[in-house]
Write a protein that binds this ligand. Structure first.
Ligand SMILES: C[S@@+](CC[C@H](N)C(=O)[O-])C[C@H]1O[C@@H](n2cnc3c(N)ncnc32)[C@H](O)[C@@H]1O
Length: 201
């Protein structure tokens, strides 16, 4: 997010009392990943989270996700390398009294990870893998939550589908084999979603 977008987000927060729903969706639209989900955000998260009955969520590379999840009543601990996103999440949480907090962390540096009922690694693993080969599954192994929601984009930001679903599913399923059990795999609103659990034994 640019400094201008962050300034705009702060203005939206302070003007939000008049129309809180509009302030929320305009703020979420400032980050590309949450913007893409906006038209179907409730259905997308309900499909993923409701069957898990999770209350506390660890959101890895959270972007602005915790602002949405806080508005839905979840307790969220977010980590992201972007200080701007982290500050914005914390400003919203403080102003709205949500049990949500975020910290500025580089996930390549193996920061301590808080325990949660479920963890989210949304559109993250390819980003980490690009920064350091092997980093994605190294992080997955450290996650202190019984289930992890992992998602991958199925289209580029420009809207092109270029075999991404096949590419990411083959990579992830092969990397996870023997380490994680896939409880569910589903393409939801243009995002390839997995729910996985650490394999026993
Ligand atoms: C594609 S966005 C996904 C954001 C969010 N998970 C979502 O799906 O809405 C990738 C996020 O990863 C964060 N990120 C990139 N490299 C990171 C790293 N090494 N450690 C922590 N966060 C990182 C970026 O700041 C960005 O918010």
């Amino acid at each position: 997010m640019t400094p201008e977008e962050l300034k705009r987000a702060r203005r939206l927060l302070s003007s939000g009392d008049a129309d809180p729903d509009r302030a929320l969706s305009e703020t979420l639209a400032l980050h590309a990943s949450t913007r893409e989900r906006l038209p179907h955000m409730d259905a997308f998260y309900d499909a993923l989270l409701q069957p898990l009955h999770a209350h506390t969520l660890l959101d890895l590379a959270c972007g602005l996700n915790p602002i949405y999840l806080g508005s839905r009543g979840y307790a969220v601990r977010g980590l992201d390398i972007s200080g701007g996103c982290v500050d914005l999440v914390n400003d919203w949480a403080r102003a709205r009294g949500w049990d949500v907090s975020a910290e500025c962390r580089d996930l390549l540096c193996e920061p301590p990870l808080p325990k949660a009922d479920a963890a989210l690694a949304m559109k993250l693993l390819p980003v980490l893998e690009q920064q350091e080969k092997g980093a994605a599954m190294k992080l997955m192994e450290r996650v202190p939550a019984p289930v992890i929601i992992v998602t991958f984009p199925m289209k580029t930001l420009g809207g092109r589908g270029v075999g991404m679903e096949k590419h990411y599913s083959e990579w992830f399923e092969s990397a996870a084999r023997g380490r994680f059990d896939v409880l569910r795999r589903e393409a939801l609103f243009g995002e390839l979603c997995y729910i996985v659990r650490r394999s026993e034994g």
